[in-house]
Design a protein around this ligand. Structure first.
Ligand code: PEP
Length: 252
């Protein structure tokens, strides 16, 4: 089955309002009409509206970096699915390693948010990945399987078209160290087998599995050329229009 590549930029807690809109405009100029690859950017929440305006009419979709599982109420600092949709978001990143390991989110907490986001029509990018010590201890598969099984608990096969999985080994995020194409491919193939067990072959074949972890223009083609790597979630290199565009072109 041929899957359409999906490349998304996670801007994390970076940019000012002016920088965010300038970056979005530069991306529209460089890759805004690309249609061979699905594209999204996930700016800081306070800049979503400005970035939405800058992306208007282009093929670059907007995503949030997080969302909460309640509709409204006394949840200081949180954002609802309706709020993200209201400002034009199509996607939301959930379970990013920085939220797992810096903020302390559990698989169960992430699962509630995955469930809510899907129920309310957002497309979910569910991030999973092992720590360096877990890889060194030979626990990569075990960790990733548990993150996916709990993260997707209750999610039906019919909803899986709305889920992208991003495999992001934590030791490769923001470190400049990239998993080798073989290392990444091995885990991606394991994830696809897991999806076949949890759902069926057609769900496993159709699910987009992105790689994330120090992806840059110079390593993107080899990573994206692996049979089970269907795109990239890009952090640092997503903050420079030329680099993000270079990664997208490497996938075309
Ligand atoms: C990420 O934040 O999801 C990420 C992969 O970051 P970087 O590309 O900087 O490693």
């Amino acid at each position: 089955m041929s899957r359409k590549l999906f490349i998304a930029g996670n801007w994390k807690m970076n940019t000012s309002q002016a920088e965010a809109t300038d970056l979005a405009k530069a991306l529209v100029e460089a890759i805004g009409s690309v249609d061979q690859v699905d594209l999204a950017v996930c700016p800081p929440a306070v800049y979503l509206s400005s970035v939405a305006n800058a992306l208007a009419g282009s093929n670059i979709a907007l995503g949030g970096q997080n969302v909460f599982y309640e509709d409204n109420g006394a949840f200081t600092g949180e954002l609802s699915t309706a709020m993200l949709k209201d400002v034009g978001c199509k996607y939301v990143i959930l379970g990013h390693s920085e939220r797992r390991h810096v903020i302390g989110e559990s698989d169960e907490f992430i699962n509630r948010k995955v469930f809510k986001a899907l129920a309310d029509g957002l497309l979910v990018i569910l991030c999973v990945g092992e720590l360096l010590e877990q890889r060194q201890a030979g626990q990569t598969d075990e960790v990733v399987v548990e993150q996916i099984k709990i993260g997707l608990e209750g999610v039906q096969g019919s909803d899986m078209a709305n889920v992208t999985i991003a495999y992001e080994p934590v030791w490769a995020i923001g470190t400049g160290v990239t998993a080798s194409p073989d290392q990444a491919q091995e885990v991606h193939a394991m994830i696809r087998n897991l999806l076949a067990e949890m759902y069926d072959d057609s769900v496993a074949d159709a699910t987009i599995i992105q790689y994330g972890g120090s992806v840059k223009p110079s390593n993107a083609a080899e990573l994206l050329g692996q049979p089970d790597i269907d795109g990239a979630l890009v952090g640092g290199a997503a903050l420079k229009a030329a680099d993000f565009a270079g990664i997208v072109r490497a996938g075309m």
